[in-house]
Design a protein around this ligand. Structure first.
Ligand SMILES: CC(C)(COP(=O)(O)OP(=O)(O)OC[C@H]1O[C@@H](n2cnc3c(N)ncnc32)[C@H](O)[C@@H]1OP(=O)(O)O)[C@@H](O)C(=O)NCCC(=O)NCCS
Length: 184
């Protein structure tokens, strides 16, 4: 997950949501139920659903603010998708940006805890890569916590390689790893 300093500087001064604004929406858990998932574009219409899901995915204090999501989902360079159940519930998301240097930047990807290890993270990553390809992106980059071995496994399986360590990249002092993949 990327630390979006530029976006934070620009958006974090927004007022906090009013008291009583829902910080998380309870979602039904599906234990032992075979579920079919679709991957669809993620747009500003799903802002609150995505923001709430992100808070369930990133419990380390690094979840993005609602304003950051608003920025990410309205930016013209956004390449974003969601995974939904057959009932239409969002259970995963990926947000990418086509950067000015024309690299594809995966800023965040998350899957609801109760839907993990069903290859949704992989499907979302493959879909964002396809979206990048359509925009003539040839190189994809992302940042991941050095301790986040689950995410690193997903990326390594898809052909991403660590090219750099980013000391104290995260606000709690944790190191990041820069990972790259060529789409050629
Ligand atoms: C990282 C994350 C998106 C992976 O989503 P997922 O849908 O569970 O991942 P997938 O099912 O697509 O995993 C694909 C493969 O990656 C590997 N993998 C995934 N999670 C793993 C884990 N916890 N431990 C070991 N390997 C793992 C496995 O090889 C897996 O294939 P397999 O299940 O057939 O063995 C999910 O764990 C998540 O949302 N984590 C919290 C948010 C986060 O850290 N996001 C990434 C920020 S950089």
């Amino acid at each position: 997950m990327a630390v979006l300093k530029k976006i934070r500087t620009r958006w974090w001064t927004q007022p906090a949501p009013p008291d009583g604004y829902p910080q998380s929406v309870p979602e039904p858990t599906l234990v032992g139920v075979a579920t079919r998932y679709d991957v669809r574009p993620l747009t500003i219409s799903q802002l609150d659903e995505c923001w709430n899901l992100d808070q369930r995915c990133f419990v380390d204090g690094e979840a993005y603010s609602r304003e950051t999501f608003e920025y990410l989902l309205t930016a013209p360079e956004s390449v974003s998708y969601r995974a939904v159940t057959s009932g239409g519930l969002m259970v995963g998301f990926v947000i990418g940006l086509v950067e000015p240097d024309h690299t594809g930047h995966v800023t965040t990807v998350g899957v609801a805890p109760e839907h993990r290890r069903r290859h949704l993270g992989k499907r979302l990553m493959l879909q964002v890569e396809e979206g990048f390809r359509r925009r003539n992106v040839r190189l994809v980059r992302l940042e991941v916590r050095s301790l986040n071995t689950a995410a690193q496994k997903v990326y390594e399986n898809l052909g991403y390689a660590v090219t750099q360590r980013l000391p104290k990249y995260y606000s709690n002092g944790g190191d990041g790893l820069l990972m790259l993949k060529s789409l050629d």
